[in-house]
Design a protein around this ligand. Structure first.
Ligand SMILES: Cc1cc2nc3c(=O)[nH]c(=O)nc-3n(C[C@H](O)[C@H](O)[C@H](O)COP(=O)(O)O)c2cc1C
Length: 174
C-alpha cells in the first residue's frame, strides 16, 4: 500500500520527446530501479521510490480495469502498451505511453517487470480520455472496488468487440 495519497493539483507537466521514463519492479510491482528522467518528472528522490509499490504515482483518473489488464498480460509473460496518467510528488500530473514487459530469469521464469514510457501524442491522449472517463463512471456506479473493476473491464472488452480490434491494435491506433 502506498503511504498517504497525493492530492492532484490539476497542473499538467511533460518531458522531452527524446527522453524515456524507465522503471523496473520486482514480481509484486515494488520499484527496484528508476532512471533520472523518472526522478525529474515525478519529483521524488530515489530513496523515496525504491521498495515502494508502483502505485505510489497512481492518479485517481486511471481506471482500475487498465491495471487489471496490465497485470494479467505481464503475468502471462506478454508485453502491453497503455496510456497512463501519473502523479508527481507535488500533485501535478503527466501522461505517458507505457510499454511494460516482463523480465525473464535464466530458466524462463518471470523475475520482475520493466516499463519504458514516452511522451504520448496529444491526439492519442485526447482520444483515450473520454474512454477512461466512461470506464471511471462504470467503476463509480458499482458497489465496491472489486465490482467496479469487473464492470469497467467488461465495458472495455465490449468496446473492443464493437471496434473489432484487439486491445493492442486499438491502443496503438489512437
Ligand atoms: C513495471 C510496472 C510499471 C507500472 N507503472 C505504473 C505507473 O506508471 N502508474 C501506475 O499508476 N501504475 C503502474 N503500475 C501498476 C501498479 O503496480 C498498480 O497496479 C496500479 O498503480 C494500481 O494500483 P492500485 O490497485 O493500488 O490502485 C506498474 C506496474 C508495473 C509492474
Amino acid at each position: 500500500m502506498a503511504a498517504k495519497a497525493i492530492q492532484p493539483s490539476g497542473r499538467e507537466r511533460t518531458f522531452p520527446e527524446d527522453e524515456i521514463i524507465v522503471s523496473k519492479t520486482d514480481r509484486q510491482g515494488r520499484l527496484t530501479y528508476v532512471n533520472d528522467v523518472f526522478l525529474n518528472v515525478s519529483g521524488f528522490t530515489e530513496a523515496e521510490l525504491i521498495g515502494q509499490p508502483h502505485s505510489i504515482i497512481r492518479h485517481p483518473d486511471m481506471p482500475r480495469c487498465i491495471f487489471k489488464l496490465l497485470w494479467e498480460t505481464i503475468e502471462a509473460g506478454r508485453e502491453i502498451f497503455a496510456y497512463v496518467v501519473n502523479l508527481s510528488k507535488n500533485g501535478d500530473h503527466y501522461w505517458v505511453l507505457a510499454h511494460v514487459t516482463p523480465d525473464f530469469g535464466p530458466n524462463g521464469e518471470i523475475v520482475g517487470f520493466h516499463s519504458n514510457r514516452r511522451v504520448p501524442r496529444p491526439e492519442a491522449v485526447a482520444a483515450v480520455q473520454p474512454v477512461y472517463k466512461r470506464l471511471l463512471q462504470e467503476e463509480a456506479a458499482s458497489a465496491d472496488r472489486k465490482q467496479g473493476q469487473e464492470a469497467s473491464y467488461t465495458f472495455m472488452m465490449d468496446l473492443l468487440k464493437r471496434e473489432g480490434k484487439p486491445y493492442a491494435e486499438f491502443i496503438l491506433g489512437l
